[in-house]
Write a protein that binds this ligand. Sequence first.
Ligand SMILES: [Fe+2]
Length: 291
Amino acid sequence: MSSNRFNAFSNHGVGIGLRIPHYQDIFSRKPVVDWFEIISENFMIDGGRALANLDRILEQYRVVQHGVSMYFGSVTEPDPEHLKRLKQLVRRTGTPWLSDHLCWGSVDGTYTHDLLPLPYTWEAVERTAERVRNVQDFLEIPVAVENVSSYAAFTDSQMTEWEFLNEVVERADCGILLDVNNIYVSSVNHEFNPMDYVNAIPAGRVAQIHIAGHSRYERYILDTHDHPVIDPVWQLYDRAIERCGRTPTLLEWDDHIPSFDEVHNEAKKANKFLHKYAESAAEKVAAEAAQ
Ligand SMILES: [Fe+2]
């Protein structure tokens, strides 16, 4: 896969997460939404109301799958049955790419259901990249790994988080789901400059961007997805789009979910940044094609 493989998704625009409290509004009003992101695990079932609702969405909208249980960094191999069901859903939705997190969360078949940060070691790079590559080969669609927010770090890490991300995606030949809110949260918790992170990512591999709000406590920030996006996160997003060009963008809002319109309006603020760089990105692509 070339590092320009993800350019194909540049027209996706701004999506929002598909959430049950919004179903009625979506089905009755059929609002114009560029695309919906679904949590794969909510639909890896045989029939029933959830799949019927998903099929109704698919009649009208583009859907992209996001997962929360692949645990690319875990030592335990993924469950083959889980992968098979995931591939069935991939075929059903026609998702152009699939994302999950660069983290670990299971040991010997016991799942924490948390997205735990990895030690940034060469050993973890090799193992995680091999896992991502195998999953990508099995699913036969591009996979994008998402940076998680973290609250603790390993003393035996051998590189920064962004160096780790770079090494994994190069070896796996996969994409990145760049979560700029997670970068901001981790930068406050671990005291690094979040712009250093955004400036270091391989721009050609960024398939999608997540934006979100979070909760600030006295001594740390928690990635809660229950607030509007704050200015420092928009600044990171601005820089990411400047570097990556038009990139499919998704607003995450998972708790204390407000009305559909409120979530949609917050998401659409991203268009200002996408339009700002549209011209220069198009010029860049044209210039590259002419070379
Ligand atoms: Fe995210």
